[in-house]
Design a protein around this ligand. Structure first.
Ligand SMILES: [Zn+2]
Length: 398
């Protein structure tokens, strides 16, 4: 996804807000239908049935009919995807959407001429029922845009994100593999010894955010001042998120360019962040530490980084079962929980090998994948999972 700032006129903004309202309304109807469902009852309506109901609802309600059917149908499709994610146990159950929070809608079947550049920094995108809306052409819009999502953040800024899978980055062809272990103190450690750090807020910005949060706690509910403080907080957080996103794109492209095979831990992020179990094989000493680990994982956006890597290096990302990778010595292969001295220190109780704990784990990941790395030069790794190629169609609708 590449995101651009939208600059709608006040009149256009009204229609965009209506689209958001329709998407939210349809989504909430779907949530309600499914919330009545209990085991043993007739199944809750699926996407096809809901589309039929939507047609009926549009026939009966003038205000709904006045809106875009694409916006409304896609809200149902988003909901269907959210339910599939829920049943696939990768996400929580979809919940109600509230006005002003995570507002947005999606447009599909975008045609080639629907996005165009007007001048160096200005472009425009055609949005159903709105017309051409200006956007800040902050970087090249990817080729072959099939769909886009329009969102409004808590600070009231509009963005458009074009869904196009990035072109795969060519492999260097050296047969070299790298292991990448997610860290806590750093975002990721490479088997080469490099420490990758996702940028966050600078010290001055952090201090300012703290001041704002204190102000917010004191501000009266519903007051003007409170609204202003909230918007300032949202802007700061958005800046932080933008920086991370940018870092993630650069990092994933760099890794795809430098290495033939990238070995990462195979971990299910949503479950991991909820319980923190199985993250540190040295069993948890105390809960505070785990809470910190949870925050660290979320902040590092690990799942997103791996996803981008898979887009840019299709078939070259190896997901390795991380079991014991943090307590096995990379020098002698001895496995002992006591070798992991602390969060960051590894000292082998058998051979005395010392290393940064995350780098040691990254090397274990790399070596586990190494057999595949050799095979990857000639073609598909033998015995590797068969479904590693990204499914382009599925990715496009997200
Ligand atoms: Zn050892």
């Amino acid at each position: 996804m590449s995101r651009y700032r939208l600059q709608p006129s006040p009149a256009q903004e009204q229609v965009l807000l209506e689209h958001c309202g329709h998407a939210r309304y349809v989504w909430n109807l779907a949530v309600e239908q499914h919330s009545h469902w209990k085991p043993g009852r007739k199944t809750a309506p699926g996407f096809a049935e809901q589309c039929r109901q939507l047609t009926e609802a549009r026939a009966e309600n003038e205000w709904l009919r006045a809106g875009s059917i694409v916006v409304q149908q896609q809200a149902l499709k988003d909901f269907a995807q959210a339910m599939a994610n829920f049943f696939g146990k990768t996400h929580k159950r979809p919940t109600w959407r509230r006005r002003g929070r995570g507002e947005g809608f999606r447009i599909v079947a975008v045609k080639a001429g629907d996005v165009r550049r007007l001048s160096r920094n200005v472009g425009e995108v055609k949005i159903p029922k709105v017309g051409w809306v200006r956007l800040r052409w902050s970087r090249a819009v990817p080729e072959g845009v099939k769909s886009y999502r329009v969102t409004r953040d808590a600070a009231g800024r509009w963005h458009v994100a074009f869904a196009a899978i990035p072109e795969p980055v060519p492999a260097p062809g050296t047969g070299e593999a790298v292991g990448m272990d997610r860290g806590v103190a750093v975002s990721a450690a490479l088997s080469t010894g490099e420490m990758l750090n996702a940028p966050g807020l600078r010290d001055g910005e952090k201090a300012r955010l703290l001041r704002l949060l204190r102000k917010l706690a004191r501000a009266e509910r519903g007051s003007n001042r409170r609204g202003k403080v909230k918007a300032a907080i949202a802007r700061t957080r958005a800046r932080e998120a933008d920086r991370r996103k940018d870092w993630m794109e650069k990092t994933s492209t760099g890794l795809a360019r430098r290495f033939d095979v990238i070995a990462v831990e195979d971990l299910k992020i949503p479950g991991m962040t909820r319980s923190a179990r199985g993250t540190l094989e040295a069993p948890g000493r105390n809960v505070r530490q785990k809470a910190g680990l949870n925050r660290g994982i979320l902040a590092a956006g690990w799942g997103r980084l791996v996803e981008r890597l898979e887009h840019k290096a299709p078939g070259r990302v190896q997901k390795i079962n991380p079991r014991y990778t943090s307590q096995t010595c990379n020098a002698c292969g001895h496995r002992a929980a006591e070798s992991r001295e602390s969060q960051s220190r590894f000292r082998c109780v058998a051979c005395g090998h010392q290393a940064h704990a995350d780098v040691n784990a990254a090397k274990n990941l790399r070596d586990t994948a190494a057999g595949h790395a050799v095979a990857a030069r000639g073609g598909l790794p033998l015995g590797g999972p068969a479904n590693r190629e990204p499914q382009r169609d599925l990715l496009l609708v997200r």
